[in-house]
Ligand binder design. Structure first.
Ligand SMILES: C[S@@+](CC[C@H](N)C(=O)[O-])C[C@H]1O[C@@H](n2cnc3c(N)ncnc32)[C@H](O)[C@@H]1O
Length: 174
């Protein structure tokens, strides 16, 4: 009996879509949930970062890649996203490819293993208990003059240089 290749291809694509949606769905309810920043806030955060062509940008927990892609579109040297959810990184990589962006990098590993000395602009939208722990890593690793933009939640000890209270955007410098 001949094998129907188009049916097999359809089945593989269907399984892929189901796995992708399942990972996204599970991530919504994980202890580190994927909640995307809305684009109005993304634009404000990018504005407050004072991006320059020489900048290396990190987004810790980059989700679907929207901050990394927006920063890359502004022409920074490199915009890097660290994300533990492989489905989200797959999506972000495909999106960057469609946008023909050469200055993005999406790394599927925990941001606890990132060397923050490699970036001078840092974006975060993470839970307060994670920010508390990250503070030490930021102070130890980031070079002086680096700028940090946190959405929704504040750091306790970093030097706050600007706060957009209504938009819940907090800007820090080390
Ligand atoms: C609130 S979402 C923010 C997504 C994106 N930065 C944005 O603003 O749209 C937090 C993301 O952090 C990711 N995340 C949580 N802990 C992580 C870790 N240790 N390493 C890498 N990514 C992590 C989650 O999977 C989730 O996608």
């Amino acid at each position: 009996m001949p094998i129907d290749l188009s049916s097999i291809a359809q089945l593989v694509i269907l399984i892929g879509i189901i796995v992708f949606i399942s990972i996204l769905f599970i991530s919504m309810f994980s202890p580190a949930p994927f909640l995307p920043t809305n684009y109005k806030k993304v634009d404000l955060m990018i504005k407050e970062a004072h991006l320059m062509q020489t900048d290396t940008v990190f987004d810790l927990g980059s989700g679907d890649g929207r901050i990394v892609i927006t920063a890359a579109e502004m022409g920074v040297k490199e915009a890097v996203g660290f994300e533990i959810n492989p489905a989200l990184n797959l999506f972000a990589k495909a999106w960057a490819k469609v946008m023909r962006l050469k200055n993005t990098n999406f790394i599927t590993k925990s941001f606890w293993r990132a060397d923050l000395a490699e970036c001078n602009k840092l974006f975060l939208y993470l839970l307060p208990k994670t920010l508390d722990k990250l503070e030490t890593k930021i102070i130890e690793e980031m070079h002086s003059g680096s700028r940090i933009i946190s959405y929704k939640f504040k750091f306790k000890n970093l030097k706050l240089v600007k706060s957009l209270e209504k938009d819940e955007i907090y800007v820090y410098e080390v």
